[in-house]
Design a binder for this molecule. Sequence first.
Ligand code: 5GP
Length: 191
Amino acid sequence: MEDNKGEVIAVSGPSGAGKSTIVKIILKLYPEIVFSVSATTRPKRENESDGVEYFFISEDKFKNKIDKGEFVEWQKFYDYYYGTVNSFINENINLGNPVLLEIDVKGALSIKRIYPESHLIYIMPPSYEVLVSRLRNRQTETEEDFQKRIERAKMELSHKDQFDYIVINENIEKAVEETSVLIKKIINKEK
Ligand code: 5GP
């Protein structure tokens, strides 16, 4: 990125790889990083607030925003839409703020096409078996959701080589440390 522009960092990887946990810790460690709040049509979970994790909006409103070109990229997963908000990300880049996105693999690859100097970090589970067992242990999901997530994880794993950095999450402390070293270099614009 140009010297006065904020860096764009996308953290991605299959569901169950631990990316949300890592992102939450990174945001605490680097308060200067702005989290890109996406819009979604999925219902708000108990511990979430509008405008913090997501902007929770209706499907009609989401589709209207697609038509108006208000998303940098958007995806539909299962029954819900998710989109990166154009104005949110561009305003922060122009203010010189580093922006971090937690986004699915296809979304991250779109971000790279739109912002060629962005940095894509892929959080990998240590093995396919571990990923399956982590997905299995999520109490919130039905068997059908579980099968869909496995299929999706296989697709997401197949794109890992298109990322700039891969962090293997075998142990959360080590994975956070590795991600933190990368992030520090990126936001300090070290080559
Ligand atoms: P969840 O519903 O668990 O919060 O998120 C489901 C998936 O949507 C995760 O893989 C998350 O990273 C991804 N996601 C969240 N926001 C966006 C977005 O704006 N664009 C895309 N492409 N994916 C997103």
